[in-house]
Design a protein around this ligand. Sequence first.
Ligand code: ADP
Ligand code: ZN
Length: 235
Amino acid sequence: MRARTDLACWQGSQGRREEFAVRVVLLGAPGCGKGTHSEWMKEDLGVPQISTGDILRDAVKAGTELGKRAKAYMNNGELVPDEVILGMMRERLAQPDAAAGFILDGFPRTIPQAEGLDGILGEQAVQLDRVIKIDVASDELVRRLTSRRVCPNCKAVYNIGFRPPKKEGICDHCGEPIIQRDDDTEETARSRLTVYESQTAPLIDYYKANGLLAVINGNRGFAGAQAETREILDL
Ligand code: ADP
Ligand code: ZN
């Protein structure tokens, strides 16, 4: 793996050269592998992974105002309202670590969120470099979601079928017990996929139109998708 310092010559898709900063959006249905691929990408790129789902779950756990507003939407598999998400992301993207770039995982999820993101980045005089869409067949997605397990502490993602932790039930990275998310039941997983098709899939055309979109095949397992992503990002 390349270290951050080897990326001095990384050049964004716009032909710009911006001292190290790489700004990537991962797009794709729930269960397509956004969280899994973020794990190695953040190491390779040396930028933070920003997952709206993780931020919201932490807020629910901590019982903050944000968490109280978001909880019912999340448990029903619905989207949290755009203005809530955009307020939260405006704050997150203003944190110092995001100046080095970021991998956005789970955001934007609607056209108004994508437009809001363009506005936030425009105020910072920066722009996205790449939007990577991970394609996975829909019958496979339900199977992956219902067999997914996550670490509530370090957010690592596992699958009891094809990506189990080394020691059953325990996170490889931090030793915490791994859990099943409340919204990874079959019924909620199916409604999340319907929400994805109606509200998030239109972003594919949005990012195709501005030339940022790259599509990778997520059906062939982890290594194939990783190799394709590395190629797109010049890693
Ligand atoms: P997945 O991609 O597997 O569906 P996430 O962890 O990204 O899971 O999201 C879990 C839930 O959090 C979503 O079903 C939704 O309720 C809420 N959520 C996360 N990101 C957003 C977003 N950008 N806009 C609206 N709701 C969101
Ligand atoms: Zn962990």
